[in-house]
Design a binder for this molecule. Sequence first.
Ligand code: FPP
Length: 254
Amino acid sequence: MARTEETNMDLKGQIDREKLPRHIAMIMDGNGRWAKQHNKPRVFGHRNGVKAVREVTEAAAEIGIDYLTLYAFSTENWSRPKLEVDALMRLLVETLNKEVATLNKNKIRLDAIGNLDLLPPSTHKALLQGMESTRENDRMTLILALNYSGKWDLVQAARQLAKKAVEGTLDPDSISEDDLARTLSTTNIPDPELLIRTSGERRLSNYLLWQLAYAELYFTPVFWPDYRKNHLYEAIIDFQRRERRFGRISEQLA
Ligand code: FPP
């Protein structure tokens, strides 16, 4: 057996299947720096990041994770050089078209959150086709955060609630946390219990701001294109060693 395969099996075996996070959110960071290390253009890093996407998706589904959300493009990413933005959008189309069959084979449903209407038409179309073609799958949901930001999500929810209040169908004083949560783009998706960010950065970068309120945060120095199954296993094992108190004290948890 190859060395990595052996390590993978060891780590995988240490995971307690009864204490899995239902939802893992990931910030895939470090593609640009990885490319620089290899003396290649940034786009080379993104291209190699697709392999990591495949690995974590497969690993998460195999272990039994219900939801995996990947930060693929933030609302702030539009300010990157046009060449890079265009290449990322093309890569998304290419990857979606290529991987839908694998998603179906593995019974994985594709979903997306973000201001999708503002994506380039070809990316939007590939995304909707991917979602449509995988919608009956029930093993795991892979959610791509595209043209997404946590602040955008809160603003679009505020607008929806305000409209209802103006129409007279919602009493502003009755608005609850549940009402707001249901109006976010993640409606019906449980909050992530674990957030993983690669590349050594320790920030939320306007990701799922409301939804990550109680998430465990896990940071790894590994650049995204180098991220493999064993890195995900390590993060889950670390998560399972932590005590999640939700504002209570240890003795109340027993
Ligand atoms: C962050 O690295 C990465 C991104 C903004 C894009 C992630 C996209 C992919 C991995 C490609 C395809 C994805 C899917 C879901 C098919 P960075 O460019 O910020 O790296 P740096 O911080 O080192 O510059």
